[in-house]
Ligand binder design. Structure first.
Ligand code: HEM
Length: 485
């Protein structure tokens, strides 16, 4: 208790220290309420670098994006994985894997992430296309001519989540040997969403037994992936197959532990992608002129490939074709800019002097957390004019991707960071962008889309601030109708 209550004082060379009046908790409550506003206010008062006590930890925020490269390239003295090595096992329910019980496992898991990229991305992308088409066809397009004509209405978040959850699941883990789809997907998705609501509390290391039904829900989710169940699935991705084979090599991993690792990957692959898909769809549907430009671009890519789109047939996009949709990519990046709020965290391994720019450095202590909060950069009016406005072509210049953004007259090396940075950068980022593109291609090709009238604009729910893509505060009603082409 004494340790917890003993209060730290600022030493020479250290950044300003903000402790709050509640010992240990410090500024945690204010930070959690609205991280972006909290940091902006403190930046005005204390400058670009300051240390805040948050739930027993001391976090030094680096607010100036021109300083980011120095932090990202720091190696020896700043560890990237310490945080995720302990927080992820606690959240998803598997044992800490750096321990001596599992020699080499952590390294092999890290190597498995390569199977989400490079050559393997082609197979993943093709498989995702097929699975998206199956879900779209059976749930929304209809399987007989004349079916599903006329306007239908739906809830946009629910629509995106259902489609992306199932298609991503099928792509990662495969399908039952005798069917194209698993039964029980709707229930699994509902459990997943209930778990997701508790995710910020688990990440904050609140014991799961304090969180009501969460422990039972997590157990049900984990059990979906028990090895004897998965052995009946076919068309499983190379990524998941390799990991399953790896887990089999460790007698010290119980079946429930292996299943919990698979569940963690389900969260990583859907937890951010599904809300990111929602925001991209929402912004496009609320900006019909942008939607038209993007739709035209998608149609042109198909025509160039010699394909004449008709709404009564299935369509496919290759990885190459997806790479040729710069306006669509810009629209997705713009919605990620507006909706992503992840913290990039490094832990100081020793007391040392952290260099921030050519003339300056600050002292940090062993165990302190150095944090980048890219949402502040994404919403900085000096970098992005009218930062709260969705401009689908913000990342386009002369028909090509725009990559020059400035702060204080200097060009920024990092200007868009929804996927983290440096060595902890999201390994699924290329796949994520491809699957959002595929979803939007199908949506825009097959449907006329409109928002239902009488609704207020979608706003973000800040309870996940710091942890990834934010969810909408409420769902949005929309109407869709098969296009007559
Ligand atoms: C890690 C964002 C989609 C797999 C991360 C991190 C972020 C992130 C911010 C942490 C980086 C850090 O600690 O600095 C996103 C966003 C996505 C997305 C915004 C969608 C829009 C995906 C997909 C997959 C995936 C589709 C897999 C198919 C992972 C994995 C990690 C990770 C396995 C942990 C890597 C590690 O432990 O080193 N993601 N992600 N992500 N992501 Fe993603």
């Amino acid at each position: 208790l004494l340790c917890v209550l003993r209060r730290r004082n600022r030493r020479d060379g250290e950044p300003p220290l903000i402790k709050g009046w509640i010992p240990y908790i410090g500024k945690a409550l204010e930070f959690r309420k609205d991280a972006h506003q909290f940091l902006e206010e403190h930046k005005k008062k204390y400058g670009d670098v300051f240390t805040v006590q948050i739930a027993g930890k001391y976090m030094t925020f680096i607010m100036d994006p021109l300083m980011y490269p120095n932090i990202i390239k720091q190696g020896r003295q700043l560890d990237f994985h310490e945080f995720s090595n302990t927080v992820a096992p606690f959240t998803f329910g598997y044992p800490i894997i750096t321990s001596s019980e599992f020699p080499g496992l952590k390294e092999a898991i890290n190597r498995s992430f390569q199977l989400l990229q490079g050559e393997n991305l082609t197979a993943l992308t093709e498989s995702m296309m097929g699975n998206l088409m199956v879900v779209f066809r059976q749930d929304h397009l209809g399987t007989r001519p004349g079916e599903n004509e006329g306007w239908r209405s739906g809830s946009m978040f629910n629509f995106c989540y259902s489609v992306m959850f199932e298609a991503t699941f099928l792509t990662m883990y495969g399908r039952p040997q005798s069917a194209h789809r698993h039964s029980g997907m709707g229930m699994l998705k509902e459990d997943f969403l209930r778990f997701d609501t508790m995710f910020p509390l688990l990440i904050a290391q609140i014991p799961i037994w304090l969180l009501g039904q969460t422990i039972t829900i997590r157990q049900r989710l984990i059990e979906f992936f028990l090895p004897h169940q998965m052995s009946y699935w076919s068309h499983t991705s190379q990524f998941i197959r390799t990991r399953a084979e790896l887990f089999e090599q460790y007698d010290t991993l119980r079946d429930g532990d292996k299943a919990a690792h698979h569940f963690a990957i389900l969260w990583a692959s859907v937890g951010n992608t599904a809300p990111a898909t929602f925001w991209a769809m929402y912004h496009l549907v609320s900006h019909p002129e942008a939607l038209e430009v993007v739709r035209q671009e998608i149609q042109n890519v198909l025509i160039l490939g010699g394909d004449n789109f008709r709404s009564d047939t299935d369509v496919t996009f290759s990885r190459d074709q997806l790479d040729k949709l710069p306006y669509l990519e810009s629209a997705i990046n713009e919605s990620l800019r507006l909706s992503s709020a992840s913290t990039n965290i490094r832990v100081a391994q020793e007391d040392f002097s952290l260099r921030l720019h050519a003339e300056g450095s600050v002292a940090v202590r062993k165990g302190d957390i150095i944090a980048l909060y890219p949402q502040s950069m994404h919403l900085d009016p000096e970098i992005y004019e009218e930062p709260q406005t969705f401009r689908f072509d913000r990342f386009m210049q002369d028909g090509k991707e725009k990559t020059d953004f400035y702060k204080g007259g200097q060009r920024l090396r990092y200007y868009l960071m929804p996927f983290g940075s440096g060595s902890t950068m999201c390994p699924g980022r290329y796949f994520a962008i491809n699957e959002i593109k595929q979803f939007l291609c199908l949506l825009l090709l097959y449907f006329d889309l409109e928002l239902e009238e009488g609704q207020t604009r979608a706003t973000v729910d800040n309870s996940r601030a710091g942890l990834g893509v934010l969810l909408p505060a409420t769902d949005i009603r929309f109407r869709y109708r098969l296009r007559n082409v």
